[in-house]
Design a protein around this ligand. Structure first.
Ligand SMILES: [Zn+2]
Length: 268
């Protein structure tokens, strides 16, 4: 083939691939609303760093980041990091508590973009760190906003994220050697899953179960139902109780029991 022929062939190939791209794009119309259909995006994620409270309450953080590339030395900046899967704002995959349930990479993408329901119990939890979110709290939400939409993610705002900067206060371990912070009751979790078809539960504490449990009934029940959890969620006070859409973007760790997640609320 002459140089000239090669050029024509290349132009033809580029034209074909462009046409194919346009064709595929037309086939896959975006499911997401256009950006101008929501007025704000609220970040429900804490920064991932070595200063976040950790489950065990150890001095040494389970998260470490180390510089690999240095701009001055190498011309680029990069790091290597390690972390527990359940650290910072993170997702629990159902496989965390149920054999054969979804690992984080197996959660269908359509479960990760959903209507967001925020149940505000910070007043109830203020003087009772062992507060369990009740079915009555859910009923009160529905009285105000109508029935929880099917397939929603329900998050509890307990006010606990105000303690985020102190591991001691956030874990709130007491003389009984148990941590004390609010969570969902098993009855409430069962109600939300069985009658409202939720796909995920979220909370601004370290666990969807109350801190003082030793048996994790909400984790055990929901995981078998392939329901995921979001823990250590931030900024729930800024999200309207109803009408937002949540975008849950966990790191897609193959076989992961969970992992750090970016969580965003799209507010209309
Ligand atoms: Zn977790």
């Amino acid at each position: 083939m002459s140089g000239d022929g090669m050029l024509h062939w290349k132009t033809f190939a580029i034209g074909c691939s462009l046409a194919l791209t346009l064709f595929l794009f037309a086939q896959h119309r975006p499911v997401m609303p256009e950006p101008n259909e929501f007025r704000a995006v609220i970040d429900l994620t804490h920064n991932l760093n070595d200063r976040s409270p950790n489950w065990e309450g150890t001095e040494e953080s389970p998260y470490q980041a180390k510089e690999l590339g240095n701009l001055e030395r190498d011309g680029y900046y990069s790091r290597v990091f390690r972390t527990q899967e359940h650290y910072g704002t993170h997702l629990d995959a159902p496989a965390h508590f149920a054999a054969g349930a979804w690992t984080v990479d197996q959660i269908p993408a359509e479960h990760l973009v959903r209507p967001l329901v925020v149940v505000d119990v910070h007043k109830q939890a203020k003087n009772n760190p062992d507060y369990e979110i009740t079915v009555e709290d859910i009923a009160a939400w529905e009285d105000a906003h109508g029935m929880i939409p099917s397939g929603a993610v329900v998050m509890a705002y307990t006010g606990w994220d105000e303690r985020w900067n102190s591991q001691k206060e956030f874990r709130n371990e007491q003389a009984d050697r148990l941590t004390h912070y609010p969570g969902f009751s098993l009855e409430t979790a069962r109600f939300l899953v069985k009658t409202r078809g939720v796909v995920g539960l979220g909370i601004d504490t370290m666990s969807v179960d109350i801190g003082a449990t030793t048996t994790y009934p909400v984790h055990v029940f929901t995981s078998k139902e392939n329901i995921y959890h979001l823990e250590n969620v931030a900024n729930l006070a800024l999200v309207p109780a109803a009408g937002a859409t949540v975008v849950v973007a966990p790191i897609k760790l193959e076989k992961g029991s969970g992992g750090p997640a970016r969580v965003l609320a799209l507010v209309r």
